[in-house]
Design a protein around this ligand. Structure first.
Ligand code: HEC
Ligand code: HEC
Ligand code: HEC
Ligand code: HEC
Ligand code: HEC
Length: 207
């Protein structure tokens, strides 16, 4: 038995202090990570991708519909990233060569992933913090108009069909979401009592 040097009340206070300190370290760490992580997540964020996939060629020149590849955008929270077998629906046939007669680099890489049955390790361009709730289908299926226009992918992702390398058009920070949600209601489609275009109470996005 160790001798009792401190009174029980003092022990209690030390324990509380240590508890608070420990809690602050954990919180501080989480906050620090969040801030560092956010540095990657600013407007214009354009990470290098494992394969030179060009929206400008697919969605631009060849006008392939966004939903051909991002099939879930109207059905659920996530729009979805296509699998290699979706690419191969076209690229088993389309094996584009460069001017010297070699397969284009991206096509050769695609063939490799297909042969090895491996997914392509795309780097996420958009990634909201876990404490934020977002749902594509709620945005794609609404009748509400934003400044008189139907809501499209471009409102949030910019002119994707011109992008050679995918980048983040908007910050996706809270202020950006609210800027749109706080617009005046769409008189034709608003629900009774609504005073903004979309809900702005905290639990809409933090639940
Ligand atoms: C032929 C398939 C295909 C088509 C068509 C296509 N995409 Fe993509 N999209 C991809 C692939 C593959 C990725 C992942 C690689 C990348 O980020 O470039 C991606 C990534 C994205 C991302 C970023 C995802 C992330 O990491 O956050 C957005 C946003 C996006 N596409 C929007 C669109 C929009 C809008 C259209 C229509 C104008 C479109 N895409 C058409 C295949 C496609
Ligand atoms: C609906 C058909 C279709 C699908 C699906 C499709 N592509 Fe393509 N892709 C094309 C066409 C058409 C071209 C242009 C070919 C040409 O220029 O000869 C092309 C071109 C390319 C190129 C060469 C781009 C350049 O530098 O000119 C790459 C790389 C490529 N696709 C990768 C992919 C990947 C990766 C996927 C899946 C995420 C995919 N494609 C899905 C039709 C498709
Ligand atoms: C109201 C804004 C908004 C609209 C409209 C919108 N997106 Fe998004 N998109 C986002 C946000 C925010 C994220 C990040 C979600 C996350 O990290 O959880 C995202 C992520 C994505 C991603 C990557 C991950 C995933 O599967 O969710 C793809 C691909 C994508 N969007 C494609 C599209 C396409 C295609 C359309 C149109 C059919 C579209 N988006 C319409 C805001 C939007
Ligand atoms: C360009 C405009 C716009 C942007 C940007 C936008 N939203 Fe929305 N949001 C809407 C509209 C319009 C609705 C649909 C309202 C309706 O149908 O009543 C909506 C609905 C929602 C809903 C469902 C609300 C409900 O009824 O429960 C959530 C959740 C949501 N948005 C989250 C977000 C988040 C998180 C962001 C930012 C990452 C964001 N939104 C960015 C326009 C936008
Ligand atoms: C329309 C969606 C939306 C609504 C409504 C909303 N938030 Fe947020 N909030 C976000 C998004 C998106 C982020 C993500 C920031 C990031 O990842 O950088 C965020 C981040 C935060 C953060 C973290 C600090 C920061 O700025 O990154 C806090 C705290 C917060 N929200 C509190 C609130 C409170 C309190 C309310 C109600 C008054 C509220 N939010 C309403 C979307 C929303």
């Amino acid at each position: 038995m160790s001798p009792t040097i401190f009174t029980r009340a003092f022990d209690q206070r030390v324990r509380t202090l240590l508890g608070v300190l420990g809690f602050s370290v954990v919180l501080g760490g989480a906050f620090g990570t969040h801030v560092l992580w956010q540095a990657n997540m600013e407007e214009g964020y354009r990470p290098a991708q494992p394969l030179p996939f060009k929206h400008s060629v697919m969605a631009g020149t060849h006008q392939i519909d966004c939903l051909y590849c991002h099939t879930e955008a109207y059905n659920g929270p996530h729009a979805g990233i296509p699998t290699v077998s979706t690419c191969m629906k076209c690229h088993k046939e389309i094996q584009t060569k460069d001017s010297e007669g070699h397969l284009k680099k991206g096509i050769a890489q695609l063939n490799e992933y297909w042969k090895k049955k491996e997914p392509i390790p795309w780097v996420k361009v958009h990634d909201l913090a876990d404490f934020v709730y977002f749902d594509h289908s709620r945005h794609m299926n609404t009748k509400k108009k934003v400044d008189g226009e139907s809501l499209t992918c471009a409102h949030c992702h910019g002119e994707v069909e011109k992008m050679d390398v995918m980048y983040r058009e908007h910050s996706l920070k809270m202020g950006w979401c609210l800027e749109c949600h706080m617009k005046a209601p769409d008189e034709e489609h608003k629900r009774p009592g609504e005073t903004t275009l979309a809900p702005i109470h905290c639990s809409t996005c933090h639940r």
